[in-house]
Design a binder for this molecule. Sequence first.
Ligand SMILES: [Zn+2]
Ligand SMILES: [Zn+2]
Length: 300
Amino acid sequence: MKTTMGNGFPATAAHWLATLPTDFLASLTTAGAVLGVAIAIEARVPHARAPSAKHAWFNVRYMFAMLVLLALLRPFALGVALGITQTLGGGWVTFREGAAGWCEAFAAVLLTTDLLEYLFHRAQHRFAVLWRMHELHHSATHYDVTLGYRHFWLEPLIKTALLYPLVGIVFKTPTGVGMAVGMVFLVNHHVAHMNLRFSPRRFTLLVSHPQYHRLHHSRHAADYNRNFCDLLPLWDVVFGTLHRPRPDEFVEIGLDSHAAPRSIGDALLWPWRRESRASSAASGPAATAEAAVSGLAERR
Ligand SMILES: [Zn+2]
Ligand SMILES: [Zn+2]
């Protein structure tokens, strides 16, 4: 019996419903395992102890709600991705057979995905509609691995539907390449957000690390629009957005406005709640419009 149309998109509503618990549990198990290891490491060599576990507990509860939503909606994002690749055709560039070809494909997909991540992140800080979502990630005031899950739930769906298919359009990749690249980004995303007292003296610009990405979360205007890369600082060097951290540089993080979600519901509806709150706090139409985009202005 055919249960999917390929690329994970369910052929029927019944199949979609049947796979929901499995998808959710798989995501939860992966997140729980990686978070568990990361939290154990953070406990041994933290950069700073959190005043309480409140913020981490908030991020974990939000993660739980987000994973439910992603299990529900990911098949539709995959459907859009599948439609795009089928319409435009996939695999313009092919690779040699064998181990050498596999390694070339791995390097090509990794570099291309990381470049797309970099450009999308620049767009998130450039365009108001994307910043309203991304602002949730920047609203955290304590830096630790749970922050890696504090992303507005629509963002990973947008990437799945519109960003990652571009890689599939360009490259015809051997089996296992996509999964291997995905694992690298998964581990890197967790490591980059860890609360670690670690400042590499050498190879600072080889891959992103906690001190490097922490600067991107800085509350200080002088650090805004720096260190956008996901994995490779190479892109920050190429596009002129690099801030090389000094050995003792562990900046305060958060938003100038101190805006932060007050509940999980608030976080799940962040772009709309944030805007209506900014509007009601302002007086008069001009002030309302100004307040609505104030967060973006802070980061430009
Ligand atoms: Zn950002
Ligand atoms: Zn971050």
